[in-house]
Design a protein around this ligand. Structure first.
Ligand SMILES: Cc1ncc(COP(=O)(O)O)c(C=O)c1O
Length: 412
């Protein structure tokens, strides 16, 4: 006899699962059953659709990048502009879905982990919208690197908790959030920010983010009357990529491309390219997948110019799609990402997030090798305003430092 849990995939091939301390199991079971109950509930889906449209500004545009297409001289390139969604990135799609669910489960508090701050910002935003108390756990290093987002989260009423364990980055923030959750299960929902973690998060986050691919599919059919042959997205934990890819999986003739953080290069600690050198399977933070780990299984240090791509693990569904040769992964170095960032800005008047610039860089490598009658969709997962403290430092260092010094000395 099938049980309720058979209705959502717990595993993707050998990956995924729910490897957590006993104390967390009841909360994850409550979430699983709540998600099953509401995911197709007409009232729930209508409320979410209304918020997507009227609060987030969905559908986001699918824009034909005419100048980039012309300059590269290959296939036609379309950009799915998730940066135009409220809060400036795709993270809001998932945060909104989970907040609605938390309300229905009777929770009054939400917690979230964040690296770059985009998911923390999205969580603080939905918490403000729904009158939920919000705590965001963020590595101390990231708190320093991403202060504009920290400021915005506080402005929205969230408490930002600096995490001082380990390397004081995203993985430590995830651990701290899980630890806090175990102690506060009754009234608290954990809004996990990517398509990873213990079941049911990978499937639930994927479903909320699939709005990207569903819209892109309908939009390209309307514009071109046929499906694309290439889809490109950057891959941190994997939520924007699986969100774009999922509604196209199983279609013949489509190639799926994931751009990972190639960082400073292939040395250990210089990148976050999990599929780059020799990928290792492990069980970390509640799920089984590929992780950058040392001989004893500890997560390795990572680096990327984009704070949203420097996570050592990857969502289990993408791990399985990699094994089946469905998704191809490529490391994109910091230098290439910054170059793509400048190129898209100048050619199309669109300033992409540094994470999304990795996808643009992959498109720039691929497009010239493809016939002109083929179509590619590139997900621009976020806009680049949030990165000004990094890009200005890299691309306009002297003037930026002079501006900052002047602000500190003379700012009112
Ligand atoms: C704009 C943007 N794109 C991509 C990512 C990577 O996350 P994911 O792989 O879950 O889409 C992040 C993470 O913070 C982000 O802020």
């Amino acid at each position: 006899m099938s049980t309720i849990s058979d209705m959502l995939p717990r595993h993707f091939g050998p990956y995924g699962g729910r490897y957590v301390p006993e104390m967390l199991v009841p909360a994850l079971e409550e979430l699983e059953q709540g998600y099953l109950k509401y995911k197709d509930d007409p009232e729930f889906t209508a409320e979410l659709a209304d918020l997507y449209q009227n609060y987030c500004g969905r559908p986001t545009p699918l824009y034909f990048a005419e100048n980039l297409t012309r300059e590269l001289g290959g296939c036609k390139i379309y950009l799915k502009l998730e940066g135009l969604a409220h809060t400036g990135a795709h993270k809001i799609n998932n945060a909104l879905g989970q907040a609605l669910l938390a309300k229905r489960l009777g929770k009054t508090k939400v917690i979230a982990e964040t690296g770059a701050g985009q998911h923390g910002l999205a969580s603080a935003t939905v918490a403000a919208r729904f009158g939920l108390e919000c705590k965001v756990f963020m590595g101390e290093v990231d708190v320093r690197r991403q202060y504009p987002n920290v400021y915005a989260m506080k402005l929205l009423g969230a408490e930002v908790v600096p995490v001082t364990d380990g390397t004081r980055t995203l993985k430590d923030a995830v651990n701290a959030t899980l630890k806090y959750w175990i102690q506060n299960l009754k009234d608290t929902h954990y809004i996990l920010g990517s398509a990873l973690g213990p079941f049911p998060y990978p499937v639930m986050v994927r479903d909320f983010q699939s709005v990207i691919g569903r819209e892109a599919r309908a939009q390209i059919m309307e514009r071109e009357g046929r499906l694309p042959s290439h889809l490109v997205a950057c891959v941190g934990g994997g939520s924007n990529s699986i969100g774009l890819f999922h509604p196209f999986l199983g279609e013949k003739g489509i190639r799926f491309h994931g751009a990972e953080a190639g960082g400073r290069g292939p040395e250990i600690g210089d990148n976050a390219a999990r599929f780059g050198g020799s990928p290792k399977v492990g069980i970390v933070q509640g799920y089984k997948s590929y992780f950058l780990q040392d001989e004893s299984g500890q997560l390795q240090d990572t680096h990327s110019v984009s704070a949203g791509l420097d996570y050592a693990g990857v969502g289990p569904e993408l791990a399985w799609l990699f094994d089946q040769n469905v998704v191809e992964f490529s490391p994109i170095t910091d230098v290439k990402a910054l170059d793509a960032f400048k190129r898209l800005t100048r050619l199309e008047g669109i300033i992409p997030a540094l994470e999304s610039s990795h996808a643009v860089a992959r498109a720039i490598e691929l497009a010239p090798t493809l016939p002109r009658d083929e179509i590619m969709i590139v997900n621009i997962s976020g806009r680049g305003d949030k990165d000004i403290f990094i890009t200005a430092m890299e691309l306009d260092r002297e003037n930026w430092i002079a501006f900052l010094e002047n602000e500190v000395r003379h700012g009112k």
